[in-house]
Write a protein that binds this ligand. Structure first.
Ligand code: ATP
Length: 476
């Protein structure tokens, strides 16, 4: 395994082979940029979601959760600015008819240049994007003779905006039906419920509302596996603050969210902040938390200071006041909002990228062996404990089943009798199970089992009574 590209391809194959991620509708040759999660993937995804939910809601007394619908009144997206502004500048190649996001096309080209040349062209691109100077962007592409990867020509159309929202119809009779959108972000379900939540949860500013759920974007350049999907899941939290204090909270959440990422034991070097030059239509400050994926540093989470943009516009379009009465100030105001928004699927890919290792092992006799091991942090691993009787006979499965019954209501266990112990260990390494226990003939005599630690492969004998607490300590 030499290059990062190879590593990324190996991760994609591994994810399929071991039941983490499948291409959607694969038997019909798949649907582009849509994926399904398999038995291990759905467990891992759920564990990441639960961990985020707990760290946001249970660990913060002033953050509560909601679960809003995907469909919302069409005016929601007018108020939020998505109908008018949620678009990316695109350019088409006339020879191949292939459409590109302009920033991706230029970034791809910049990656082939020296560092200083790349910085120069990306700086120029950022300034043109910020100024929405589309003819300037086209000029930049032409000046550098950036070619289409398919036709290998520079025969480009003008740069145009392309809205990313999916629309559909509600109502059974075509003439009476209304166009509604599949939400492109979960945040608006939080904004329109702001007063409902504030009153029913008896919250005082500053307080937050958290939500996880599906979002949909008609991404033009859908690539890099589950990094950029058309249907994906977000974990978002809107933190409502007094106007004027938003920068303090922006700094607070910027640090707190990076800490959350590092709490998985991931090195700080793998992360960096990227401040936005071109701010989204709703923001007065924004940054990305980027992680070094096998294909480079890319955004995994956004921190946005969204001002009072959303609530103010919902007040305007709905005609309903979206104000909060601040007892301490004896004053009504529309709160300002700081948002943390992380893609669950991107976090999932981050965990796969960070965990995947092809390890070469040197045996006692000097010969070598290899294994693929997923070093998934124990607290989010799909399975926590594999219970493996050495043989199918002599009462060993009975003891193993008893251990299984004692543990399965506390954490996810996996039971298996088939194949040699070595093969069974390898399969558990490949899905990231942090602990395996083997029940053997000695177990019948002294009530001990062998526990094997995934990362170090160390094996030790422990008493059956200690199994549960060892695993619980590691995952708590
Ligand atoms: P990008 O620049 O990569 O398109 P974005 O800045 O548009 O992302 P946000 O609108 O800030 O993304 O969304 C918040 C988070 O949602 C992102 O940090 C990312 O983790 C996730 N996300 C956004 N779009 C997608 C997508 N198409 N597929 C998977 N996750 C996504």
């Amino acid at each position: 395994m030499t290059t990062n590209e190879n590593k990324f391809q190996a991760i994609i194959s591994h994810a399929k082979e071991y039941g983490f991620v499948f291409q959607s509708s694969e038997i019909y040759d798949g649907l582009s940029a849509v994926y399904d999660y398999g038995p291990y993937g759905s467990e891992l995804k759920k564990n990441i979601r639960d961990h985020w939910w707990k760290s946001m809601t249970q660990m913060h007394e002033n953050i509560v959760g909601i679960d809003a619908a995907i469909f919302m009144h069409p005016l929601t997206w007018k108020a939020s600015g998505h109908v008018d502004n949620f678009s990316d500048p695109m350019i088409d190649n006339r020879d191949s008819n292939k459409r590109y996001r302009v920033d991706h096309l230029i970034e791809g080209y910049a990656a082939t240049l020296t560092e200083s040349q790349s910085e120069e062209i990306l700086g120029r691109m950022d300034r043109l994007l910020a100024a929405e100077d589309f003819s300037g962007l086209k000029l930049l592409i032409e000046e550098h003779k950036i070619k289409c990867g398919v036709s290998n020509t520079c025969n480009w159309t003008d740069v145009r905006q392309f809205n990313l929202m999916f629309s559909t119809q509600v109502g059974s009779i075509a003439e009476e039906s209304d166009t509604i959108y599949l939400r492109p972000e979960t945040a608006q379900g939080i904004f329109v419920n702001f007063l409902n939540v504030q009153k029913t949860a008896r919250q005082k500013i500053p307080f937050g509302i958290a939500q996880t759920g599906k979002a949909f974007r008609n991404e033009i350049v859908a690539r890099q596996f589950i990094f950029r999907m058309r249907e994906f899941e977000q974990m978002e939290m809107q933190f409502f603050v007094r106007p004027g204090t938003q920068m303090e909270w922006y700094d607070y959440w910027k640090k707190a969210r990076l800490e959350w990422h590092l709490s998985f034991g991931i090195s700080r070097d793998k992360y960096r902040y990227h401040d936005h030059v071109k701010l989204a239509h709703y923001a007065d400050a924004a940054l990305d938390i980027e992680y070094e994926f096998p294909f480079g540093f890319k955004e995994v989470e956004g921190i946005h200071s969204r001002t009072d943009f959303d609530l103010k516009n919902h007040q305007l379009l709905s005609g309903k006041k979206q104000q909060y009465f601040d007892n301490e100030l004896n004053q009504n105001y529309i709160p300002y909002v700081v948002e943390t928004s992380i893609g669950l699927d991107r976090m999932f890919l981050l965990i796969l990228s960070e965990s995947y290792e092809e390890e070469t092992l040197t045996k006692e006799d000097g010969s070598t062996d290899s294994r693929v091991v997923m070093h998934i942090p124990a607290k989010i691993a799909p399975v926590k404990l594999a219970i493996l009787p050495l043989t199918k006979k002599d009462g060993l499965p009975d003891i193993a089943r008893e251990i299984m019954d004692g543990c399965k209501s506390h954490f996810r266990c996996f039971y298996e009798e088939k194949d040699t112990i070595g093969k069974r260990y390898r399969r558990q390494d490949a899905v990231g199970t942090p602990f395996c226990i083997t029940i053997d003939y000695q177990t019948k005599e002294d009530q001990t089992v062998t526990i094997r630690h995934r990362d170090s492969m160390l094996q030790e004998r422990i008493h059956i009574d200690n199994i549960k607490s060892i695993v619980l300590d590691a995952i708590s």
